[in-house]
Ligand binder design. Structure first.
Ligand code: GLV
Length: 308
């Protein structure tokens, strides 16, 4: 059994170590050193070059190092073998932590207090009780549900919008265009955790911002492609949105000089909201291979027609 690891954003040595510990019989090769392509059975990848996987004639299974697979699906030569998305508690809890951190940063006025500290000023600013703050989550997949639960446990009024209705305790479920509009009108903070598909591209746009209450905050931890970038700063500068926390961008790394870098009401992080930690995720990869070898149903298989 041979697995090809291909990612320029993940630590190959750590991955190889974690995989070896759990599957001593699995030979792991790290791209671009792949030897005979015909010997590769499995691929563990993040943004592999287009055509790389098509050149592996005996490939049986692809495991994505990321939860979002839109970049993989853009490869027109992607082999028609099962494709599994990364869903691990490490990534999911990271994401819930990021979302909670950003919500609290805005709601508990962390940045304002940092400024006051610099000025040596003791000045309580007050804040709304969590139960009076509406948080809308776009996308109630694994990441959306974990984030919703975390926020609900802090007593925020949490709502979620998804393709099909979802039952999550403490979370009000919305679907369809009407549901979206109803949720937006009550979302003091809006969190995007959708998969990126043709239906969701540019969903965070001027028209959507206008439906949010005045002073709302937008948090995007999904994909840069969800945000119509040119619409954000005008919505903030005219005072409709209070600001945004962005972890993902159309162009990554965010190019030097991009207006988001310097905007005082936009908080930028470098795509770190949910990380696939090798120590937590190697087991998921090994389990997918075991299930495949045993002819059992795989978990988190991507539906290529839906795009996630
Ligand atoms: C990261 O962005 C992922 O898709 O896991």
């Amino acid at each position: 059994m041979t697995l090809l690891f291909c990612s320029t954003s993940d630590n190959a040595d750590r991955w190889v170590g974690e995989l070896r510990k759990r599957a001593p019989n699995l030979e792991v090769r790290v791209w671009p050193e792949m030897g005979d392509p015909a010997e590769i059975d499995y691929a563990l990848v993040w943004k592999p070059p287009h055509g790389l996987l098509a050149g592996l004639p005996n490939l049986k299974l692809i495991v994505s190092l990321g939860a979002g697979v839109e970049a993989l699906l853009l490869d027109p030569t992607l082999p028609q073998v099962p494709l599994v998305r990364m869903v691990t508690d490490g990534l999911t809890l990271d994401m819930a932590g990021y979302v909670a951190m950003q919500v609290l940063r805005w709601e508990r006025k962390l940045d304002a207090y940092a400024e006051l500290q610099k000025a040596g000023r003791w000045e309580p600013l007050g804040h709304r009780p969590a139960s009076e703050v509406g948080i809308g989550i776009l996308g109630l997949g694994e990441l959306g549900v974990a984030s919703a639960r975390t926020l609900a446990s802090m007593d925020y009024r949490v709502m979620g919008w998804s393709r099909s209705p979802k039952t999550v305790s403490g979370v009000e479920s919305f679907t369809g265009e009407e549901g979206l509009h109803a949720m937006l009108g009550q979302s003091d903070l809006l969190v995007c955790l959708l998969p990126l598909t043709e239906d969701t591209r540019d969903i965070l746009n001027a028209e959507l911002f206008a439906r949010l209450p005045k002073g709302a905050v937008v948090i995007n931890a999904a994909r840069g492609g969800h945000l119509a970038e040119a619409d954000l700063i005008p919505a903030i500068d005219r005072g409709h949105l209070a600001g945004a926390s962005l972890d993902v961008f159309a162009d990554e790394p965010l190019p030097p000089g991009h207006p988001f870098w310097a905007h005082p009401r936009i908080h930028v992080t470098p795509h770190i909201a949910g990380i696939t930690h090798p120590s937590r995720a190697a087991e998921t990869v090994v389990e997918a291979i075991r299930l495949f070898e045993a002819g059992q149903p795989l978990k988190n298989v991507v539906d290529r027609a839906k795009g996630y």
